[in-house]
Design a protein around this ligand. Structure first.
Ligand code: AKG
Length: 222
């Protein structure tokens, strides 16, 4: 359901504004809640990571460890195996990439079979420092396989650019239902979340049954 406000932000970086329907968002919230309270569910990454992480995290498919920046099949701190990526998430990701390529045929991005999804939950004070997603395989990075990111709940002030310096970054408000894709020449873009906007859409959270905060899912192919 991508609409006319979808944007090619820069080569290889697409914003599908309002792509996820409310009903899709609600289902994603519900599924993440179920998975989040089970084995391998949400935890709070400690401080002293490479990147400032003020959020709760869970991995699906593979584990990504913020301490070592390594992928693995289990979480080092409790041995849990991450839950599988639900099949309906796979469908949403491949549809989003297909629709993005149809909107911007001059900048096609390769499709992916995501084997890792990082689910972040930002409370009202949540944030995430500027970083690159560069821990996937050399092959995945070399091919520019896109990262596909779903935003649900409160809006986020999102920064992106070619440098780690926030003053040099572009600003973007990511809203509930937005899908952001970055691959190809934008695969190594620096990005992060400076603040959560708690003033957005007061009825939205009730509709999608999310506690106050923001849920973000990023899908990648290791
Ligand atoms: C990441 O998980 O690597 C992110 O950068 C998440 C960004 C976001 O929450 O929009």
């Amino acid at each position: 359901s991508s609409n006319s406000s979808s944007l090619l932000l820069r080569p290889g970086m697409v914003l599908l504004r309002g792509y996820l329907s409310l009903s899709d968002q609600k289902k994603i919230v519900e599924r993440c809640r179920e998975l989040g309270v089970g084995v391998g569910g949400f935890y709070q990454p400690g401080y002293g990571e490479g990147v400032e992480m003020h959020l709760k995290m869970m991995c699906l498919g593979k584990n990504w460890d913020p301490h070592t920046s390594q992928y693995g099949e289990q979480r080092p701190f409790d041995g849990a195996k991450p839950p599988l990526i639900p099949p309906e998430f796979h469908t949403l990701v491949s549809n989003a990439l297909r629709d993005s390529n149809a909107l911007f045929p001059h900048d096609p991005l390769p499709s992916i079979s995501p084997d890792i999804c990082i689910v972040n939950f930002y409370s009202q004070t949540g944030r995430l420092g500027l970083h690159q997603d560069k821990d996937e395989s050399k092959d995945s990075l070399r091919r520019g396989l896109p990262v596909v990111s779903f935003s649900i709940g409160y809006s986020a002030q999102f920064l992106y650019g070619d440098h780690r310096d926030p003053d040099k970054a572009q600003k973007l408000q990511l809203e509930s239902g937005d899908v952001l894709i970055f691959g190809g020449p934008s695969r190594n873009v620096f990005h992060g979340v400076t603040a959560i906007d708690t003033t957005t859409a007061p009825n939205l959270l009730q509709h999608i049954n999310l506690r106050p905060g923001r849920l973000n899912l990023t899908f990648r192919q290791y």
